[in-house]
Design a protein around this ligand. Sequence first.
Ligand SMILES: *[C@@H]1O[C@H](CO)[C@@H](O)[C@H](O)[C@H]1NC(C)=O
Ligand SMILES: *[C@@H]1O[C@H](CO)[C@@H](O)[C@H](O)[C@H]1NC(C)=O
Length: 291
Amino acid sequence: MLPCINWLQPLLALISSTLLTQSQNCPPSCLCPDPHTVDCTGLGLTTVPDSIPLNVRRLLLSNNGILWIPSDFLVLYSDLVYLDMRNNSLSQLEPGTLSTSSRLVFLDLGSNNLTEIPSGTFGESKSLIKLRLGSNPYLSLVGSDAFMGLTSLRELDMEKNGLTVLDVQALEPLSSLRVLRLEGNPWFCSCHFASLFVWLTENQNKLSTGLRGIECSLPDGGGRIPLSLLSEDSFRECRGILTLTDYLIVIFSGICVSVTAIVASFFLASTVHCFQRLSKGGKGDEEEGKD
Ligand SMILES: *[C@@H]1O[C@H](CO)[C@@H](O)[C@H](O)[C@H]1NC(C)=O
Ligand SMILES: *[C@@H]1O[C@H](CO)[C@@H](O)[C@H](O)[C@H]1NC(C)=O
């Protein structure tokens, strides 16, 4: 009797686990090799499939034409650890979509059509270790607080994007960063690049290609040169000019605002005055005035 039970137990376990897996209904045409993995790679999808099991941990959606991520996606799939959306047609990330992903460790949004990573995009993604944003050729804007909260992030890929400049403040919160890919962007070494250059020089051990692999074009219209040929001295004259320019802009815009305010109130006062006179003068006068 006893040996028989011993033999039955694994069999029952196998049957029940098979039944469980089947009852989880894998999305059509996708593969579900284990209870926590859903693989819908290369199926020509344009939207995220809606019958994904809620307890999915690894979701592979690369090589499709998916246009957007629903804003409640990571609220729904809160166990998600690994999300691969490489080579899709994402053009923007709706605010808040990725800010609830507290378990997400790996996120690949490379080879899409993203144009901007707004501030606060990743909110509380404290577990995120690898973030791939490379090969988004129109990605030219990264908010100064875009990577806020990514305190575990070790690898950030932003190669082959359309970046000409990057606010160095965006990189400051990444206290665990080990690898940064920035090569293949149309970097522009104007004065706006100066503070990023200082940061890159101090953190060049994190650059996958070193300073040598990152090229920028110079304001004088010359060709592209590797950052390793520049030094902080190259940006020296920026400091004075930049602060003076900023200073002048502040003063000038202050004057502009005041002048506009004075002109506007003068105009308003005379309009009111005019109307008062017109209404005293009667309607006939008003119509003649219009002619
Ligand atoms: C990207 O996905 C398309 C299908 O949408 C596929 O034909 C192409 O080979 C993929 N590219 C890469 C580099 O995997
Ligand atoms: C990618 O975005 C650019 C600019 O936003 C647009 O002109 C282009 O048509 C988009 N390409 C695809 C494949 O969606």
